[in-house]
Design a protein around this ligand. Structure first.
Ligand code: ADP
Ligand code: TRP
Length: 323
């Protein structure tokens, strides 16, 4: 079988957090060795929420730096900015014409927005169609994402199948790849970690800020001597992402035995997080010291992305009768 084409994106709406890292960035980086990987910074998507041009530019650059610092190898994977291949918006329009409104009305980001009494923009409503265009433009087979994006990949599959039924075999049908243990990383308050919940731990926090966040993780009010339940603890859930199976088993046993306070467990978690990201911090500092580096990576990535995208959009235009 030919090497799979792998594709994923991250929105530059703020600095990436542990949920982004374990849910998407780490699996994506692991995939770069198994096929042709295309990863992009979804700046068109970010425009549904970020309306400050300087901030959008900064977040886009930061997301690229963070991805590279975490181990994305530009010699293996293509890293690019979504808006460097504007044909994706044309494909989004072509797909929009085949998208039933109820399918989008059923998508969770839109539904959550409406449930909160907010007025969604048309961009937010059509967000999954642009995401489908991202995936289909690059003939992707595998889409590594966190669980919250599964529905969007389902929409993509539906639209690709519908297009193929009507216009012939135009698109490759993609599949989401979700690492079960990383499907939903929880945040400081025990809910899903998300920029919009204000409960995140960033990948590149300053030491003091990180310590403060970890020490602020919500717990119950069990006293030091009391036995504690590891199964419901956010501390243990986060520790599991960083520590060896033995170290996790030790912490769980100590929870059940009582005699150690939450503060001590939090310190252990802080140490594990800080140590895990140590090599990434060093690499990020080195990358930042040479600002042309990331620009070159993104420019070369855009050229490689366009080389795949242009034949696809041409094929779709012809199939639909536009040429
Ligand atoms: P946010 O919800 O913070 O705005 P994004 O929507 O930018 O994050 O998500 C980027 C990627 O990270 C997606 O693949 C998403 O599924 C994944 N992701 C985000 N939060 C989590 C989480 N808490 N657990 C697992 N994966 C996550
Ligand atoms: N919607 C994704 C998110 O919020 C980002 C994204 C945009 C994406 N286009 C994509 C992810 C295509 C995978 C494939 O995280």
């Amino acid at each position: 079988m030919a090497a799979p084409r792998i594709l994923s994106g991250i929105k530059p709406t703020g600095r990436p957090h542990l949920g982004n890292y374990f849910g998407m960035m780490q699996p994506a980086i692991a995939w770069q060795h198994k096929g042709e990987a295309f990863y992009f910074i979804a700046d068109y998507h970010a425009l549904t929420t970020v309306h400050d041009p300087a901030a959008l530019r900064q977040h886009t650059r930061d997301a690229a730096l963070d991805f590279l610092a975490c181990g994305l190898d530009p010699a293996k994977a293509v890293l690019f900015r979504q808006s460097d291949v504007p044909e994706v918006t044309e494909l989004a329009w072509l797909l929009t014409c085949l998208t039933p409104m109820p399918m989008l009305e059923n998508c969770h980001a839109y539904k959550d927005h409406v449930a909160k009494g907010k007025i969604p923009s048309h961009g937010l409503f059509a967000y999954p169609v642009l995401m489908a265009a991202d995936i289909l433009l690059y003939n992707s087979n595998v889409v590594p994402v966190g669980k919250d994006q599964k529905q969007h990949v389902e929409v993509t599959r539906d639209l690709a199948e519908k297009t193929n039924r009507i216009f012939g075999e135009v698109f490759t049908i993609p599949e989401a790849s979700i690492v079960p243990e990383m499907a939903t990383v929880i945040g400081l308050d025990g809910q899903k970690m998300s920029k919009s919940h204000n409960n995140t731990i960033g990948l590149f926090e300053e030491e003091k800020a990180l310590r403060k966040k970890v020490m602020g993780i919500t717990t119950d009010s069990q006293p030091v001597e009391a036995p504690k339940d590891p199964a419901t603890s956010s501390i243990v859930a986060l520790y599991r992402l960083f520590a060896s199976a033995d170290d996790v088993a030790t912490m769980e046993a100590q929870f059940r035995a009582g005699g150690i306070g939450y503060g001590d467990f939090k310190k252990r978690l802080f140490g594990a997080i800080w140590e895990t990201f140590e090599p990434f911090r060093a690499r990020r500092a080195a990358l930042e010291a040479d600002p042309t580096n990331v620009d070159t990576v993104l420019a070369e990535g855009a050229a490689r992305a366009r080389a795949v995208a242009l034949p696809t959009i041409d094929r779709v235009r012809r199939a639909m009768g536009l040429r």
